[in-house]
Design a protein. Structure first.
Length: 206
């Protein structure tokens, strides 16, 4: 049994989606980041960076969603090509997400919604970058069914997380028809729907 520490966040959702796609049994433990539970000593002992998600697989305690996705794919031999150009394309998209789309979405949302004082230059900078990265991804999907080619991989799972929470960043898909098509297909996958239901259930009722 695998243990996952997560909340209803863009990075957290990636891990349950992968586990559902891979048919792996797991226990999901809610860490309410809205209440600061990620800063509790017992959680920091798992991840000194005080962020979700965290995967516990036997003696391995692993943080960083992309690293967890790679570990699960390599553990099962699924969702990640074993070699060659197809594998390289998956990592290309993982790194594009981790260095580009994900941070841009996160910062855009922070400065629009959470900053103590308005910061117009930061809002413009990161909102523009979020829209730009979506446009780049739209161009990728103009030539591919999925993020890295013809097959669904962990690259799709990585991108899905922040696009699932795109409203936080103030990003829409009206100008990204290929991303919209891709998103609808991913969201409709049974494993993705199961993961979304489990993660949404972690949020306390208002």
């Amino acid at each position: 049994m695998l243990d996952v520490y997560a909340f209803a966040t863009p990075n957290s959702i990636k891990v349950p989606i992968a586990l559902e796609e891979l048919d792996l049994d797991y226990a999901l433990h809610g860490i309410n980041v809205r209440k600061g539970e990620q800063k509790a000593p017992e959680f920091v002992a798992l991840n000194p960076n005080a962020k979700v998600p965290v995967l516990v697989d036997g003696d391995l305690v692993l943080s960083e969603s992309a690293a967890i996705l790679v570990h699960l794919a390599e553990k099962t031999g699924r969702l990640l090509p074993a070699s060659g150009e197809d594998r390289a394309r998956v990592f290309e998209q993982l790194f594009f997400h981790a260095s580009g789309l994900g941070p841009a979405f996160g910062q855009a949302g922070f400065f629009q919604r959470l900053a103590a004082e308005p910061q117009p230059i930061a809002i413009e900078r990161f909102s523009s970058e979020a829209r730009r990265t979506v446009s780049v991804f739209d161009g990728v999907l103009a030539a591919r069914r999925f993020a890295a080619g013809d097959a669904f991989t962990i690259a799709d799972i990585a991108h899905f997380g922040w696009l699932w929470r795109r409203e936080f960043a103030g990003v829409g898909l009206d100008d990204a028809p290929n991303v919209a098509r891709w998103y609808a297909e991913i969201e409709a996958r049974p494993a993705v729907r199961r993961a979304l239901a489990r993660v949404d259930a972690l949020v306390p009722a208002a």
